[in-house]
Structure formats: C-alpha cells, structure tokens
Ligand binder design. Structure first.
Ligand SMILES: Nc1ncnc2c1ncn2[C@@H]1O[C@H](COP(=O)(O)OP(=O)(O)OP(=O)(O)O)[C@@H](O)[C@H]1O
Ligand SMILES: [Mg+2]
Length: 239
C-alpha cells in the first residue's frame, strides 16, 4: 500500500476522511499533498514520510550528534550500523518529532501551521494557500523591502519562542518559510532539536538565525552573534 493510501486509511478510521486533490512536493524524506475534507470541502496539507526502507538516511551521523538516546546502547549501535532497527527508530522519531513540535507550539503562534491530526506515517495540518495553489516559499519570491524589517522581527521572535519551548528548528531558511497574506509561516519540523539533547545548541541556533537573516542580506557575523548570545543569555544556555 502506498504511503498516501496508508495515511488516507488512517484518516478514515479516525472519522476524518479526505480526498487527495494534488501532490505538492515529493522530496527525499516526505511527500506533501493537498487534500479536501469529505465532510465540509475544506483543504488541508497532508505530509507523509517515505517508508524507512526506501529513504536515503544520510542523516544518521548528525542524528547521533544531536540526540541523546539515554542509555539506549543497542539503539545507538543500530543507528550507527544503519540496520533496519536503527532506521525504523529514526523513522518513528522523525514523524513523532514533527508532531511533537507542532503540538507543543500550537496555539502559541499564528506563524506556524495548525496540526489537525497526527498520523502513524505523517501529519495532517492546516493548508497554507487556497484553491489556486499553495503559498509560495520565501525562496520563490522577493518580498517588498518595506516589510523586511517587520518580517525579520517576526521570524527572530519565532526563533526565540522555539527556544523558550526548548526547541531549535534546525533547518530554518527561506525554503521552509511560506509567504501568505503578507505573513511568514514556518514549516518543516522533523529535524527540530530538543535543546536538552544537543551539545551544539549555540551553533544550531546561530545557523537558523543566519539562514533567516541572509534572505534580507542582514547576516553579518556581528548581528548574528549579538542576537543569538542575547537569546542564549536570557534562557541561561551556556555559549
Ligand atoms: N501546510 C502547508 N501548506 C501549504 N504548502 C505546504 C505545507 N507544508 C508543506 N508545504 C509545501 O510542501 C513543501 C515541502 O514541505 P516540507 O518542507 O515540510 O517537506 P520536506 O520534504 O522536508 O521538504 P524539503 O526537503 O524541501 O525541505 C514545502 O516547501 C511547501 O511548498
Ligand atoms: Mg522543507
């Protein structure tokens, strides 16, 4: 059964049947679909992760670098070896992470999509866009310079909100920010980092800040250091 069918079946079981309208994107890790609710015709985005056996799994090294797996020596070994047990573990946590972070942040910000249903192999979430198509990514367009300052501030505040919740997005850039109704919406959380798990918090935080500010060409070293260190100080994180 395809990943889409698996997800559709689970949604039907959960009494939330949807019909796929179109595929938005098929990547290394996941596929995103626009789907329509069968009960009221509203649109949602359905993200499904590829089955672990068909995924590339180039991330195992980083995975171990940023995640403390308690005393899970067996899991650690399995991940390092890249065997099926290790891959399944990464696959499961990958899906759980996106759900966990979306859920944790839900209601705290209007700049991330609302999670509608967590699924075994993905997530049904708020669709950012309309019948004519999904919202463009920041990387696909140039927003007017008049709104650079306010948009950069929103995004830096969002990075701070993540940190206040013990989270670093970990892959933030114009490729994972949608632009809709003159507002940015941050997506794509599976690689998000729990600050308790990583030894590289300052480095990862700075990377997200840099990748956001580079869109506005404000990514000089001094600005990044200043913003990041100020945040780290306020949350009592050593740097
Ligand atoms: N909630 C949403 N509403 C509208 N479009 C979305 C939504 N979520 C994702 N998309 C679209 O699907 C694309 C892929 O989503 P996402 O970045 O979450 O997955 P990905 O497989 O990790 O992609 P990539 O590897 O390119 O980062 C996004 O760039 C965006 O265009
Ligand atoms: Mg993405």
């Amino acid at each position: 059964m395809s990943e889409l069918q698996t997800a559709l079946q689970e949604l039907t079981q959960k009494k939330f049947p949807v019909t796929p309208i179109r595929e938005l994107k098929s990547g290394k890790e996941a596929k995103v679909w626009v789907v329509k609710s069968e009960s009221d015709d509203s649109l949602y985005a359905l993200k499904t992760y590829h089955d672990f056996k068909s995924r590339a799994f180039q991330t195992q090294k980083n995975y171990l670098q940023d995640r403390f797996i308690g005393d899970g020596a067996n899991i650690r070994r399995a991940i390092r070896k890249g065997n099926d047990v290790g891959k399944q573990f990464i696959q499961d946590t990958w899906v759980m992470r996106e759900q966990y972070f979306l859920k944790t942040l839900a209601g705290q910000s209007s700049y991330i999509p609302r999670m509608v249903k967590p699924l075994r192999n993905g997530v049904l979430m708020e669709y950012i866009g309309d019948e004519n198509g999904p919202a463009p990514r920041l990387s696909d367009l140039k927003i007017p310079p008049e709104v650079w300052q306010s948009t950069a501030e929103i995004l830096i505040e969002l990075i701070e909100l993540f940190l206040a919740n013990g989270i670093i997005h970990g892959d933030l850039s114009a490729f994972n920010i949608l632009w809709w109704n003159d507002k940015p919406i941050v997506i794509d959380f599976p690689q998000a980092i729990d600050v308790r798990e990583s030894k590289r918090v300052p480095e990862l935080l700075k990377r997200d800040i840099k990748n956001v500010l580079s869109y506005f060409k404000w990514d000089d070293e001094l600005t990044i250091e200043e913003i990041a260190n100020d945040m780290l100080d306020r949350y009592h994180i050593a740097h």
